[in-house]
Design a binder for this molecule. Structure first.
Ligand SMILES: *[C@@H]1O[C@H](CO)[C@@H](O)[C@H](O)[C@H]1NC(C)=O
Ligand SMILES: *[C@@H]1O[C@H](CO)[C@@H](O)[C@H](O)[C@H]1NC(C)=O
Ligand SMILES: *[C@@H]1O[C@H](CO)[C@@H](O)[C@H](O)[C@H]1NC(C)=O
Length: 304
């Protein structure tokens, strides 16, 4: 008997046993009022691409009664974004953008997984994302919590978009597909903040656009266990959410909001996970040959 035979038997048992039975995934159409809230977050994420010295950019004017707390830029620009306070929305906003430098740095590190958080057994996240986040973590935690302490009853909203100008090449059989490079610091920041102060979990919303996968299934289980109000918006056939690949152990956190392709109204559907497993009826159904790079630069009618 060859040594790998037991593995095949174990796999066969899994397939025919109840564990292998298809999970009950469902989707639902997101009402327009809720989509409108997400559009606000998309504009806030888009503002992170401006180099701000005060709250005075063109889209900034859509948010009255807002002060810039800090525009941050880590060494070598690996992590860039801003912290702002909006007194109308009663909200402290922490926004991240991807940068070309970060993209370059992360491409060099490839998809290596690193243990994090240390306290969570077997949890691993993308080495490059973690490194970029950790350069700014203490400062962002301090700035955000100072503002929350100053403004009682305010929420913390973390937003992120992952554009980078570099390119990842995905190869599958004879197809080579070039994707924009990617960065995902909003997910790491939310876990890190909640680990530092559990109370923050109840006053935090996390909204990301075109987010790549961040960690392995243990990380996903840990993230999902906080039940943070997280919305991971995926626009149509954006390739970035398909990276890094599942085959390397990467999984997505709950909950995807998918803007469906091929409908002019940009209908959005909510795609809850089951057992920390991404919903197969949403962006996971998009094939490699169908990826559209340009879809990474939009959400509904808002450019990112
Ligand atoms: C945790 O956050 C809450 C809400 O901002 C705050 O009231 C509390 O003082 C914080 N606790 C610590 C230990 O920082
Ligand atoms: C803060 O967030 C919580 C949870 O997402 C929500 O229930 C609450 O209405 C929010 N409060 C404000 C002032 O936005
Ligand atoms: C739908 O999204 C596309 C970009 O993907 C945008 O050009 C178009 O304006 C959007 N339509 C509506 C009705 O939001």
């Amino acid at each position: 008997m060859r040594p790998w035979t037991p593995v095949i038997w174990a796999y066969a048992l899994l397939v025919i046993s109840p564990v292998g039975i298809a999970k009950e995934f469902t989707t639902s159409v997101v009402p327009e009022t809720e989509v409108n809230v997400l559009k606000v977050y998309a504009v806030l994420a888009g503002i992170s691409y401006k180099t701000l010295t005060s709250w005075d950019c063109e889209s900034c004017s859509l948010f009255a009664n807002t002060q810039l707390v800090d525009f941050f830029e880590s060494k070598k620009e690996r992590a860039v974004g801003y912290v702002a306070v909006n007194n109308d929305l009663k909200q402290v906003t922490l926004a991240f953008r991807g940068t070309d430098n970060a993209a370059q740095y992360i491409t060099d590190l490839q998809f290596r997984l690193k243990r994090w958080p240390d306290a969570v057994k077997d949890s691993r996240v993308h080495h490059g994302f973690l490194d970029a986040y950790q350069t700014v973590a203490d400062n962002l935690y301090k700035l955000s919590t100072e503002q929350l302490a100053k403004h009682s009853g305010y929420n913390l909203t973390i937003v992120g978009h992952s554009l980078g100008a570099g390119e990842y090449k995905i190869r599958r059989r004879d197809a080579v597909f070039a994707c924009p490079t990617m960065l995902a610091l909003a997910s790491l920041a939310s876990v890190d903040f909640v680990m530092r102060n559990k109370t923050l979990a109840n006053m935090m919303t996390v909204t990301t656009f075109g987010q790549p996968r961040v960690g392995n299934k243990e990380y996903v289980a840990y993230y999902n266990s906080f039940n943070l109000a997280t919305k991971r918006v995926v626009n149509k056939r954006d390739p970035v959410p398909h990276l890094p690949p599942r085959i390397l152990g990467y999984r997505h956190t709950n909950e995807e909001f998918w803007i469906k392709p091929d409908n002019k109204d940009n209908q959005t559907i909510a795609c809850p996970e089951v057992d920390n497993e991404a919903n197969p009826d949403c962006s996971r159904s998009v094939k490699l040959s169908e990826y559209e790079r340009i879809d990474h630069s939009w959400a509904w009618n808002i450019p990112l």
